[in-house]
Write a new protein. Structure first.
Length: 207
């Protein structure tokens, strides 16, 4: 009788070890996301900036977004980081890269460049951006709040100072819908900046 009890306990211990090993092998996979360049051509822009180099940056970035994990807003005052839903690289770099690609398409120009690589292009204007908020609620909306300036590169004169407060609804409950809405928010910011650059390029050509 004692021997049977020992065997049962050993069997139960073995089964528990197998179950724990199985659970340990089921670690959730991480998902990685990137912003996409979604800006659409705006009527009235006819390539007025196509021959004038424009640099983008620096971009001032909130510290809470300086990490690979996607940050979402839970309630009014609480942020949440998700370990298994991450950006595929630096969000700041992806933001700048997407903005440049959007502006290039909107302005019909191959001369929109990152300010760190602008020494070979002799830019006429520089776009500087301070991002105050860029996050959202899962299944609800994304908010992009940014203050941006356009400066004349040669003189340093401040040509435009604007604030963009953009909200985009998500199309579904998951992280992919959140990232799609984030791309749409960057696209709208790009369109607002491009419209001001186009006006400046027209004025510059008329001088």
């Amino acid at each position: 009788m004692m021997g049977n009890r020992i065997d049962w306990r050993h069997g139960a211990g073995f089964l528990l070890a197998v179950l724990l090993a199985g659970c340990a092998g089921q670690t959730p996979r991480s998902n990685f996301y990137m912003l996409s360049a979604d800006a659409q051509p705006v009527g009235g822009m006819a390539g007025n900036c196509s021959s004038q180099a424009i640099s983008v940056g620096p971009v001032s970035w909130p510290r809470y977004l300086d990490q690979p994990r996607i940050v979402t807003r839970v309630g009014t005052n609480r942020l949440e980081e998700n370990e298994y839903n991450r950006w595929g690289g630096s969000l700041e770099d992806g933001f700048v890269r997407t903005l440049i690609k959007n502006l290039s398409g909107l302005l019909n120009s191959e001369l929109v460049v990152n300010y760190r690589r602008s020494e070979h292009f002799d830019p006429v204007y520089r776009v500087e951006i301070v991002v105050n908020q860029f996050d959202g609620h899962i299944g609800e909306n994304v908010t992009l709040d940014a203050k941006w300036s356009i400066l004349a590169e040669a003189s340093g004169n401040l040509e435009r100072v604007k604030t963009s407060s953009i909200s985009k609804s998500t199309s579904g409950p998951g992280y992919e819908a959140l990232v799609n809405a984030s791309s749409q928010a960057v696209a709208q910011l790009s369109e607002e900046i491009a419209a001001q650059l186009d006006q400046l390029c027209v004025a510059e050509a008329a001088r």
